[in-house]
Design a protein around this ligand. Sequence first.
Ligand SMILES: *Cc1c(COP(=O)(O)O)cnc(C)c1O
Length: 365
Amino acid sequence: MSFDHRIFNFAAGPATLPEEVLKQAADEMLNWRGLGTSVLEISHRSKEFMEVYEEVVQDLRSLMNIPSNYEILLLQGGGLGQNAAIPMNLMPLAKNGPKADYIVTGIWSEKSYKEAQKYGIANLAASSAAEKFNTIPPRNTWKLSSDAAYVLYCANETIGGVEFPDVPDVGKTPLVADISSNFLSKEMDVSQCAVWFGGVQKNIAPAGMTIVIVRKDLLGHSMGITPLIWDWSVQAGTQSMINTPPTFSIYMAGLGFKWLLGQGGVKVIEKRNQEKADLLYQFLDQSSFYENRVEKQYRSRMNVTFFLKDESLNAEFLAQSNAAGLVALRGHKAAGGMRASIYNAMPLAGVKALIEFMRDFERRA
Ligand SMILES: *Cc1c(COP(=O)(O)O)cnc(C)c1O
């Protein structure tokens, strides 16, 4: 199948990127800044690339309003890499031996919880597994430890489509947030968490980079076994260049940050994201043909999961939506059904086209 225009791509990650960003990357690919080479072919330690790096860090700091007592690390290994790096860097801070609390609200936080068990005691402080991850356990039911080094939660569960509306209050214990799939999608008060982390391939740039934003007073306590590349204090001391960084992803994130600043920043994109999600959920709610199963107050603005009530129509729905240029709507295999990921780069027109298609499919079914 071929399209003479760009499709609307609802993939969960790697995901759609702003057209302007892709065009700019294409335009300057062969001759970047008059150097006669692409940015991908130069040393990460060159003056030119270091300028890119500095700007990326500065732009992220200004987009998220990151206070100066937080370090920004540009790493590799994805969110899953950080699932190991987080306990290795933070668990030694616990008073009575390596320990941390985990809030499990879906497949991603469950993976974080399991990985942490390799490095110390991972305490399951709350879980919505029994509710099929369609909700978030009420804060007053969480069984937090008094001697945990940190509490980890996933701000947006990409697979189930469940999002925390606010940063939970866990008192004095440092809070760690996985924001892989809602990074820069709404205003976040950085000081409310000790660590924010996420891969860039959902909402920022192509795959290859993981951003860690960490409060500086937490650095310098890593376990001896911590790989050099994931030792946050080592990376903080070398501008995240203890080894070759993912230069393409860094450069593309830079273009993405400029694009977002050009849109008016996070506040403006937050409003647009809310508008897109509201439209789609309103459509789902009035339909007797489709359904979303997530408790309303915890519905994700980024990953809208839905089911056809007659699941025997799934294959036909996917084939027809695909043919209409609305692609990658199949839900994650662990969740089934459908999922429309509508990150920052998904235009309102894409959501409207999806709703139009779904209405028409229902009418014809
Ligand atoms: C995609 C995702 C991950 C895993 O990221 P990788 O970069 O593939 O390791 C972790 N957490 C969340 C919430 C995600 O969406």
